[in-house]
Each structure stands twice: as structure tokens, then as C-alpha cells.
Ligand binder design. Structure first.
Ligand code: GLC
Ligand code: CA
Length: 553
């Protein structure tokens, strides 16, 4: 397989609003990130993915952009950005930008013009339709509850917004929209950035005629199947690749809601015509129920293993995987799959970090940060949670108690509580009033304490990163072939990776109980890592709770 730096990288995602506040306004910022580059260097990662830092009215925390070529006031200035890029590069850390171009903010000058009149020059930059039978043009629902259409008084027509009504969808079928987006991307590449994470990029091409969707559960709205993996999506990405991406040595990862294996092979094909890799979401949908994500249901381990292994095996030799448990839209894996103990955080990290693909660590994951007990909706900040609460509790479809339990288990704010730097007030994130509550467990879980403790989750992550990035096993961990073992076990997650006659064996007990285990490998050549001391491999053993180890066999 062809070797590429982005296959050999470990990416760290920063959600700037919640990372580090340098000027006491309670909001994280670029200078805050600059002050923590040494910490990231110590962890050993070599790429930062920066969630959006562009000008934005913050209806969806920066995923609603009003100027793609400037920085959000609260985060700093373009000069601050240039300094951040330069200092990161000096440490050997690359920066990947979030590219949010399925939609803009309704305050973007393109939309302000577009909505001003039916014959405005930018009218066709967005998706405008007449109403039907006195209602919306079709039955599509927004990902943030309610209809995906908003009626606009001024011209008496509706515009499409797959997310909030302040996030109107761009019309990618218009070649002028593509020209504008590509030239903006070129501007960032010329600045020297190192890649793009492309927000909901699988949604940029809508099915022709915008037909009604299949009604989803009891929402009353049609699903968004007509908006994902649409008829021209690959054509547009290939055009983007020809006109922009192929001219630079950058990495690209597409956020692809609703992507299947077959589609992923096109988006992330190793022939390099579109993107380097995709984020797929099948595995993080396995603990949903009839209320969708608003459920405290836990993973079924057998199902989770089968799903992740399917992606490992079916993309082998054809496309490249990304590996993630957490991001700014997901609850914390230490709570979701672990039991919030540090030992469990290390176990769940182990199963992910030896798979084939590029691993992503979300800020705080390397500390074993957990979900937050928000208690009441007034403590939540996320537009998705707030809208869903109004909708589901307001209509009596869920009780307030069940909905809060769902939010505390799966809501996006779990990932957005401030980074826990130390045991001082507000976890050292800010000396002002934080924009969202701090998780009260910061006195136990924080970076300062973990840096000092060689047995901490932080130091364990540091080992995982070092093994992949610079060890005698690096090639094997990056390029080796994956094979799942113990398929039928609902307690053990185990697999091998193999390259050029060398083999490693990954063995994890993903329960809080002792589990008896018989191994087909009797003897180890060496131990790569374990979350217990003295992890010897025998043909028959009793695995302690959350035991994880990796051996060369
Ligand atoms: C993506 C982002 C999410 C955002 C949405 C709309 O899913 O990750 O945070 O709300 O797109 O931009
Ligand atoms: Ca600030």
C-alpha cells in the first residue's frame, strides 16, 4: 500500500470555544490554543483539526459562517491565526480547518443578497421554492427539529435549511457557488494550512425535484435520505479535487452522515480522486432507540465489534478509514462505552488505537473526561438539544425526565463542557464566567494532575500515540491487516494486525468484571502496552475488569 503522511498521523480535535480562554470572557480563543501547543506536543499528536473559527453569529457555535475569510471576534484575529499556524508548524504540528460549505449563516452577505429579491444576482446561490398546497415545498425535516423549510415574507417563498433556519443550504448545482467555494479554499491553502475536515459534505447534492422523504418515526417529517449521497456529490468532489485539493499536499476528511461502505469506497478511494477518508457514523448510532439519539441505551458489544470490523475489512485495500469514538457532536466514550473509571478509559482507547485507519482524539478524551450531569435544560447550550427538548417534551412524546436522561447520555453538550486543565476554579479554563457549565469532576480529572501521574489516562494515550507514530511497530500498526477474533464474545474485544510476517494481538475485556479467557497465542515476543502491570500472555487466563493489553506474538 502506498505510504502517506496522513495515514501515519494522529489527529487531535479542538473545539475552540471550550478549549482555553486567554482573556477571561469565558470563551475559548486562538491565543488560548497557542498557549497549549506544548501540551499537545507532549501528547505527541501531529495534526490539529480546528472546529470552525470563522466569523459567525453562533447559532450553531461557528457551524453557521457569515465570513469564510475572517476570524470570529470572540476567537481573535487573522493575525492570531497566522501566529498559531506558525507556532504549530514550528513544533511539527499541522492544522486542518473545518470547511462548512453545505450551508452558510443567514447573515452571510450571499444570503442577505439572495433573500432580498427574486431576481437578485445571488438568488440561485441557495435553494428557494414556492410553497405547495398552502404549506412547505416538501415534507423534509431539519436535523435540528421541525421543518427544513423556512418561509420568507419578503419574496413569499421558502428556503431550504437542513440544519437551523439560520443555516440556509447552498445550491451546489450552481457553478458560481462552486467557483466561490473553491477560490475561498485556495485562499486558505495559500496561507499554508494543512487540510480540511468537510462538514456534512455528503449532503451537498440534493435529489432532483426534491421529492418527499420517508416519514421518520413519529416526527411527522420526511427523513433526509434525499439530501445525502445525492446524484452529483462525487462529481462535485472530483471537481474540487482537480481544482483545489490536488494542488497541495494536504489531508482531507469528509463528514459523511448516512454513508454506506459502497459510498465510502467512492469518497475515500485510494486512487485519490476525491477525499483521503470519511467519517462514517454507523457505529455511533448503534446505541440509539425509538427516540433516536435521546436514549440512555448502551452499546451491545457484539454488534459494535461486528460493525467496526465490517468497515475494517471492507475498506481494506480500497479506501482509508478514520477511527474515532468522540467529537464535538458525540457524548464522551469514557461514559458511553467505559464506566467513567480511568482504567476503562484506557481500555476503550486501546481497542480503537490499534485498528487500521487514522485515529482522532477529541479534546479531553486523553484525560478520560466524562459526560456531564446537566440536571436541567437551562444548563444546556446546544441548539439540537434545546430544540429537541421543546419538540419532544412540549408535545408529550417524552417526559422531561427521560429527555434529560437522553441528553445526559447522548447530547452534544457532553463534549462541549470546558477542557479540564487543573483543579483551580473553572478547571483552569477561564478566570471569567464560562459560557457553559464546567463538569464538576474537574478536581479529580484534569491535565495538571495527569501530567504528574505516570499511570494516568494522559500518559496511556501518549504511549498509544508514540507506538503508532515512532516505534518499531509503527508500520505494522498503520498498514497491517486487521482480523477480528472471539466474534461471539459479548465481553472481549480482541483482534490481530499483521504485516510482513509480524503480528500483534490486541486483547481487551470491556466489562467491569473478571472474565476467563483462552488464547490461541501461547507466548508473546513482547508487550507493547497494557493498562495493568505485568501483563503476561498465557493460553488460559483470568482477565481483570477492563483489562487491555497488546503483544507482539
Ligand atoms: C456537522 C457538525 C455539527 C453541526 C452540523 C451543521 O454535523 O459536526 O456540529 O451542527 O454539521 O453544520
Ligand atoms: Ca476568550
Amino acid at each position: 500500500m502506498e505510504k502517506n503522511w496522513w495515514k501515519e498521523s494522529v489527529v487531535y480535535q479542538i473545539y475552540p470555544r471550550s478549549f482555553c480562554d486567554s482573556n477571561s470572557d469565558g470563551i475559548g480563543d486562538l491565543n488560548g490554543i497557542r498557549s497549549k501547543l506544548d501540551y499537545l506536543h507532549e501528547l505527541g499528536i501531529n495534526v490539529i483539526w480546528l472546529s470552525p473559527v470563522y466569523k459567525s453569529p453562533n447559532d450553531d457555535n461557528g457551524y453557521d459562517i457569515s465570513d469564510y475569510q475572517d476570524i470570529m471576534d470572540e476567537f481573535g484575529t487573522l493575525d492570531d491565526f497566522d501566529r498559531l499556524l506558525e507556532e504549530a508548524h514550528a513544533l511539527g504540528i499541522k492544522i486542518v480547518m473545518d470547511l462548512v460549505v453545505n450551508h452558510t449563516s443567514d447573515e452571510h452577505p450571499w444570503f442577505v443578497e439572495s433573500r432580498s429579491s427574486k431576481n437578485n444576482d445571488k438568488r440561485d446561490f441557495y435553494i428557494w421554492r414556492e410553497g405547495k398546497d398552502g404549506g412547505t415545498p416538501n415534507n423534509w425535516g431539519s436535523c435540528f427539529s421541525g421543518s427544513a423549510w423556512e418561509y420568507d415574507e419578503k419574496t413569499g417563498m421558502y428556503y431550504l435549511h437542513c440544519f437551523s433556519k439560520k443555516q440556509p443550504d447552498l445550491n451546489w448545482d450552481n457553478p458560481r457557488v462552486r467557483d466561490e467555494v473553491f477560490s475561498m479554499m485556495t485562499w486558505w491553502c495559500e496561507k499554508g494550512i494543512d487540510g480540511f475536515r468537510m462538514d456534512v459534505i455528503s449532503m451537498i447534492s440534493k435529489v432532483e425535484g426534491l421529492p418527499d422523504g420517508k416519514i421518520e418515526g413519529n416526527s411527522g417529517f420526511g427523513g433526509l435520505e434525499n439530501t445525502t449521497n445525492g446524484p452529483h456529490v462525487h462529481e462535485y468532489l472530483q471537481e474540487m479535487n482537480r481544482r483545489v485539493l490536488s494542488k497541495y499536499d494536504i489531508m482531507t476528511v469528509g463528514e459523511c452522515a448516512g454513508v454506506t461502505i459502497e459510498e465510502a469506497k467512492k469518497y475515500a478511494s485510494l486512487d485519490g480522486k476525491e477525499l483521503n477518508m470519511v467519517f462514517q457514523f454507523e457505529h455511533v448510532g448503534l446505541d440509539y432507540d425509538e427516540h433516536g439519539k435521546w436514549s440512555d441505551r448502551r452499546f451491545d458489544l457484539k454488534e459494535l465489534k461486528a460493525n467496526l470490523s465490517k468497515w475494517q475489512n471492507e475498506l481494506e485495500g480500497k479506501a482509508w478509514n478514520s477511527l474515532f469514538w468522540d467529537n464535538h457532536d458525540q457524548p464522551r466514550i469514557a461514559s458511553r462505552l467505559g464506566d467513567e473509571s480511568p482504567i476503562s478509559a484506557k481500555a476503550v482507547a486501546t481497542v480503537l488505537h490499534f485498528m487500521k485507519g487514522t485515529p482522532y482524539i477529541y479534546q479531553g478524551e486523553e484525560l478520560g473526561m466524562t459526560n456531564c450531569r446537566f440536571g436541567k435544560i437551562e444548563n444546556c447550550r446546544d441548539i439540537e438539544e434545546i430544540n429537541a427538548y421543546k419538540d419532544l417534551v412540549g408535545s408529550g412524546k417524552m417526559t422531561a425526565g427521560d429527555m434529560m436522561a437522553g441528553i445526559e447520555a447522548k447530547g452534544r453538550d457532553n463534549a462541549r463542557t470546558p477542557m479540564q486543565w487543573d483543579a483551580t476554579e473553572n478547571a483552569g479554563f477561564t478566570t471569567g464566567k464560562p459560557w457553559i457549565m464546567v463538569n464538576p469532576n474537574y478536581k479529580e480529572i484534569n491535565a495538571e494532575a495527569e501530567l504528574k501521574d505516570k499511570n494516568s489516562v494522559f500518559h496511556y494515550y501518549k504511549k498509544l500515540v508514540a507506538l503508532r507514530r515512532r516505534s518499531e511497530w509503527s508500520d505494522l500498526i498503520v498498514y497491517g491487516r486487521y482480523r477480528l477474533l472471539d466474534t461471539d464474545s459479548s465481553e472481549i474485544f480482541s483482534y490481530t494486525r499483521e504485516l510482513d510476517g509480524r503480528k500483534i494481538f490486541v486483547l481487551c475485556n470491556l466489562t467491569d468484571k473478571e472474565v476467563g479467557y483462552k488464547s490461541e497465542f501461547v507466548k508473546e515476543k513482547s508487550l507493547l502496552v497494557s493498562n495493568y502491570k505485568d501483563a503476561y500472555l498465557r493460553d488460559s487466563m483470568t482477565l481483570k475488569p477492563w483489562f487491555a493489553a497488546v503483544w507482539e506474538v
